[in-house]
Design a binder for this molecule. Structure first.
Ligand code: ATP
Ligand code: MG
Ligand code: FE
Length: 332
């Protein structure tokens, strides 16, 4: 069984080929056009997808050594995401499925982020909890089987990735600032500055207060010393990262206690963060958890995770019709 998967929910155009459950190619075209605007411009993203999609699909098929005529199904990201971006992948997938007369599989992007943990061994044991932390979402997901998962906690405002990116912006770092905060943090002292931890009931998160706290902190410091940020960049980044990570991990501890589950996975772009990875390892040792982290290239947006999800759907006979339309927001 050969599945071609397409991911186009935000600003990465990606195609992957999976054969009998194994990923043979995962080609990702990053859109650089947005850098100058300090964030993703939806209209430009759609146009870039339109330009990228044919060559990206071509590269993925060639790298896998699979001919179009051998494909068993075509998968695409249906939601959530930017509607114009999703439409490009959706229309392309439908046209190709129709032309080849093979089934179409619609995939939920956040479910796919979780299932990125199944691309390589060791795969998580069910039931497990997944902390999905990306540019637009922060969720604790209770997973009972590949296609049966439930969000048991999520952010009430900003996502963890946004918290990183907005903090970076306040520090004058370019977009997306998450990876830069990570880089500076590695040389910094995380105990130097203390940022507040919000008191949010249950398993939900909030990051907007942190952003405000950082803003006021920087305003006050810069007033007496205009060179403050430049001179303390590493320590500020380390302290900010420490707080974001502790907000995330404290809720995971709570979720693990409440559910009694000791298998913990992370997923999404922020799971590339070195501080979060280290924390997950340290907490796992302390709490006796088994932990799982996808390979770096499967953390941020990629079509391999869409292909993996499609593989489970293929086996379950969950196909979409040619009337399948994308949606900007949808639960799974
Ligand atoms: P969603 O999946 O919610 O629709 P998205 O797909 O745009 O959002 P991802 O591509 O999964 O999000 O992740 C991008 C986010 O991950 C950005 O906010 C980026 O700053 C953050 N990120 C990537 N690497 C790191 C890192 N090393 N440390 C912190 N944040 C990081
Ligand atoms: Mg992105
Ligand atoms: Fe994503």
């Amino acid at each position: 069984i050969h599945i071609l998967a397409i991911e186009s929910s935000c600003d990465e155009t990606s195609a992957a080929v999976l054969s009998d459950g194994k990923v043979f190619s995962n080609y990702i075209a990053n859109q650089t056009v947005h850098e100058q605007y300090g964030g993703v411009v939806p209209e430009l993203a759609s146009r870039a997808h339109q330009e990228n999609i044919v060559p990206v699909v071509d590269m993925a098929l060639r790298k896998a050594g699979v001919d179009r005529s051998e494909l068993s199904a075509i998968a695409f990201t249906q939601s959530p995401g930017l509607i114009g971006s999703l439409l490009v992948g959706n229309c392309f997938a439908k046209a190709m499925a129709l032309a080849l007369n093979i089934p179409l599989i619609a995939v939920h992007h956040m479910q796919a982020h979780v299932l990125a943990n199944f691309i390589e061994d060791p795969k998580p044991e069910f039931p497990f909890l997944c902390l999905t932390v990306s540019g637009g979402h922060t969720q604790i997901v209770l997973c009972e089987s590949p296609l049966s998962m439930k969000v048991i906690g999520e952010t009430l405002d900003d996502a963890a990735g946004e918290a990183f990116d907005k903090s970076a912006k306040l520090l004058g770092l370019p977009y997306p600032g998450g990876p830069l905060i990570d880089k500076y943090a590695q040389q910094g002292d995380a105990t130097r500055f203390k940022f507040p931890e919000p008191q949010i009931p249950g398993l939900n998160f909030s990051f907007s207060g942190l952003k405000t706290a950082i803003l006021y902190f920087l305003q006050e410091k810069q007033q007496s010393d205009p060179g403050f940020v430049q001179q303390n960049m590493a320590d500020i980044c380390a302290s900010v990262q420490e707080r974001i990570v502790s907000i995330l991990m404290n809720k995971v501890v709570k979720a693990a206690k409440e559910t009694g589950i000791k298998h913990i996975a992370i997923a999404g772009g922020v799971s590339a963060n070195s501080g979060l990875r280290k924390a997950l390892q340290a907490y796992s040792e302390r709490h006796g958890w088994q932990y799982y982290i996808p390979k770096f290239e499967y953390c941020t947006d990629n079509a391999a995770m869409i292909a993996m999800t499609a593989w489970y759907k293929y086996q379950a006979g969950e196909f979409a019709g040619l009337d399948a339309v994308p949606s900007a927001r949808a639960a799974f």
